[in-house]
Write a protein that binds this ligand. Sequence first.
Ligand code: NAP
Ligand code: MG
Length: 456
Amino acid sequence: MYIDGAWRPAAGAETIAVLDPGTEQEIGRVPAGTADDIDAAVRAARAALPGWAATAPAERGARLAALRDVLVARKGEIAATVTAELGAPPAFAQKVHAALPITVAGSYAELAATHAFEEQLGNSRVHHEPVGVVGAITPWNYPLHQIVAKVAPALAAGCTVVLKPAENTPLVARLFAAAVHEAGLPAGVFNLVTGLGTVAGQALVEHPGVDMVSFTGSTAVGRAIGAAAGAAVKRVALELGGKSANVILPGADLARAVNVGVANVMSNSGQTCNAWTRMLVHTAQYDEAVELARAAADKYADRIGPVVSAEQRARVWSYIDKGIAEGARLVTGGTEASRTPGYYVRPTVFADVTEEMTIAQEEIFGPVLVLMRYTDEADALRIANSTAYGLSGAVWAADEAAAVAFARGMETGQVDINGGRFNPLAPFGGYKQSGVGRELGPHGLSEYLQTKSLQL
Ligand code: NAP
Ligand code: MG
């Protein structure tokens, strides 16, 4: 475990095996942390809090810039590690898994130095102060990005952190801890405990020395964490699942909208919380869109990486079986293994999917796209808003104003208009059951601050 600025043995002897999902072979082992390790890490974070909170924001920014520079220097190693433990194809691991955390760390180096930590309101001076010790719990799908999207803003705000990363991808988390060490952050400001969610994760959520829990993962676990944090009156940020709609309005460039939409779902083998997993097409263009989607998906058959684990593949396959059983039309893909060894799932497209079907409602987290038909814009909006989720989405139209007007009606935290690029400064987070709070950019920094008003 990395606690109080040093690597130290875990309290217990248990370990967790890490598998390469492309080979099914064990590639390493990490200690399985217990409540004792969490307690040691939280104590270290509490002890480091007053000093770090009192550090000038520009100095915190300088430390984050140093951390960013170490991540840059270790970019190749990071990408190789994510390829090994997640199965991400090497080019995608470089371009996204390694590059995005560098961008985000850099953004918080700058925001720490420039953020207004003080404001004047009438006769009050309002100080934006760190929330305190943050317990961060992260998933495996974008393993380093999700760590940096919590740790960087927390440190920028003046908080200290204990991280419990996903059991499937602990190696890149260890690499991150080594980078923090190399960047010269003071002891105890960042601490890492690897372990199981039900043991180390739960101990972190319940620890009285933790002021805020920031969680990314499934809605089921997020609900339980939110309840526990609420009972203890801790601040909580939840970044949960999604079932985002890609709405193609008549007049849009259909081929482009379908191709970009399919690419969006297939990237990272569909293991993306903000993926546009429901494609909504006008009934007049529906058959053409289905053919375009089939052709686009088939191009990924040889390019796609495995999903993270045998368990995840079984979940995805069970959703595919359910789609067929509930009457959806399997256009391409399915549950036959495309390659062995490795936890591969064939790029899969379903047509004739209707709102009440399970595959139209639940997050599958695999390379599975469903196409739904609508009759007019009001129908499209009703379908787009017909799930419990609201994380992301897309609208394509002949003109931007029409797409923006439609997007304003969507119950979701982000919408990409006619292929608008991902913005690492834009607030990211969910409406409805996709979560509570926002990550990234200045909004992500505010999550880790609380206000104190001095009346002068
Ligand atoms: P998960 O169980 O929610 O895991 C997320 C993180 O929470 C992991 O670090 C996990 O540890 C930890 N955790 C699990 N139970 C906990 C508990 N009781 N208390 C505290 N922490 C706990 O998600 P998953 O099992 O990896 O994936 C299941 C499904 O969740 C996926 O199929 C997908 O639908 C969804 N998911 C969504 C996102 C997203 O970004 N929105 C990310 C990942 C998964 P362990 O690693 O030990 O479980
Ligand atoms: Mg789990």
